[in-house]
Design a protein around this ligand. Structure first.
Ligand code: ZN
Length: 243
């Protein structure tokens, strides 16, 4: 089956719709790695659109925050403000959808988690050392994660922990080679790798091939909606810078 792999939509409907348009006809099913809401102006629209697609979705920390499941005192003030707005804006049906999301999922050769297999909702895998510590926490050859908003592959080179960092090569089909890997597709709605374009990937789970993609979307349209909801200016500005 061909899969659209997305993560960290963060209530950015314009980015989400652009990814769907850009990938149209290339996939049969969606795997979403969490953080459908939080930060952006369109939480209900994004959940509605995801629910209209054949999909599997995991819980992210911002999804949990919107449910009041987390102590958000550790969030910065801007993120906290966005969480409060999201919580009061979500419809009961969409809140129920988020409440039912699992934290990990194992399907065929793939383990799915938002943050990491070791700490599915919370841990950031931002460096090979952290990736190396996570390989013993899943049993499949490959693990897909989001959360950092940075597309990257960590490949286990040997059992003693050597882990290589492989940067994304866009629009190139990569054959997964049987070495164990932790793979991040990047973020649809709030990229943080200094590239503001929406990130996603296409996976074929029968041939085990992976393709990274980026697509530009109408950032000013999203910023305009954020301003109309009086969302924090820092959250509005970061979209155009990709951080
Ligand atoms: Zn996120």
């Amino acid at each position: 089956m061909r899969l659209l792999i997305i993560s960290d939509i963060h209530a950015n409907l314009t980015a989400f719709e652009t990814v769907l348009k850009d990938s149209k006809g290339d996939w049969d099913y969606v795997w979403c790695l969490g953080d459908v809401v939080g930060y952006g102006p369109d939480p209900n629209e994004c959940v509605d659109l995801l629910r209209s697609l054949p999909h599997l979705c995991l819980a992210g920390n911002h999804d949990w925050a919107a449910l009041g499941r987390l102590d958000i005192r550790t969030f910065n003030p801007d993120a906290r403000k966005a969480v409060d707005w999201t919580r009061t804006t979500l419809t009961p049906a969409n809140t129920a959808f988020l409440e039912a999301l699992p934290t990990t999922f194992v399907i065929g050769n793939y383990t799915l988690a938002h943050g990491s297999p070791r700490e599915p909702v919370w841990e950031y895998i931002l460096e090979p050392l952290i990736a190396a510590l996570n390989f013993s926490h899943f049993e499949t050859p490959y693990c897909l994660v989001g959360h950092t908003h940075q597309p990257v592959i960590y490949e286990q080179m040997s059992e003693n922990g050597d882990t290589e960092t492989i940067p994304p090569a866009y629009r190139q089909v990569r054959q997964l080679n049987g070495h164990r890997q932790i793979i991040n597709p990047g973020s649809v709605g709030q990229p943080r790798d200094a590239n503001p374009d929406a990130a996603y990937a296409i996976l074929d789970d029968e041939t085990n091939t992976w393709e990274y993609r980026r697509v530009a979307y109408d950032i000013p349209a999203v910023q305009k909606r954020m301003r109309s909801h009086e969302m924090p200016e820092r959250l509005i500005a970061r979209l155009e810078h990709g951080w």
